[in-house]
Unconditional design. Structure first.
Length: 186
């Protein structure tokens, strides 16, 4: 049963909200601006409502996977792996030749559903870094560092290794944004 849960988690991650929001507005977001199927590109190309719909849809994927895992009474490590797979499904959807979004909204849903107190550290790290760097991209790095630190501090490192792996994949997807933000700071 847990194998089916993991497969479904990856498939749920493949639901690219931005793709369908774009279609509803008659826009192919794979061909616009950053060509990314995420909330940020949807908002840049279409507007605030597209950002909100995409953000909600993508974050709810993470909440859904964690919620279903808990409803089916899986062990926490099995749920954490399902949470990782929903993020990986968003980053690398099979039906789009493994070229999806950057995973932030899905991660937010996963983080809040798994442990609001751990996720709060992500928010704190993001806020502190944002106040210093004035860059949302760089503040995300600070948030991830605080989140990872909170995981280590609470002795949940072994349990959360799949989430940390997903964060590494997300950071790889953000490398061009990170380089651009660092260049602007010079």
């Amino acid at each position: 049963m847990v194998g089916l849960y993991w497969a479904i988690s990856y498939i749920i991650g493949n639901f690219m909200t931005a793709y369908f929001v774009g279609k509803a507005y008659g826009v192919n977001l794979k061909e616009e601006r950053s060509k990314n199927l995420g909330a940020r590109n949807a908002g840049s190309v279409i507007g605030k409502s597209a950002f909100i719909w995409t953000f909600l849809g993508d974050s709810l994927k993470g909440v859904l996977v964690v919620g279903v895992g808990r409803l089916w009474h899986f062990e926490e490590w099995e749920i954490v792996l399902g949470a990782c797979l929903v993020i990986i499904g968003h980053l690398y959807p099979f039906w789009l030749k493994f070229n999806g979004g950057k995973g932030v909204a899905t991660f937010i849903g996963v983080g809040l559903a798994l442990s609001p107190s751990l996720f709060f550290m992500m928010v704190v790290g993001t806020a502190i870094t944002l106040s210093v760097t004035r860059s949302l991209t760089l503040s995300m790095l600070g948030g991830f560092l605080f989140y990872a630190g909170a995981i280590i501090f609470t002795d949940k490192l072994l349990l959360y290794i799949p989430i940390l792996v997903a964060i590494i994949f997300m950071l790889m997807k953000h490398m061009s944004n990170i380089k651009e933000a660092l260049e602007r700071r010079k």
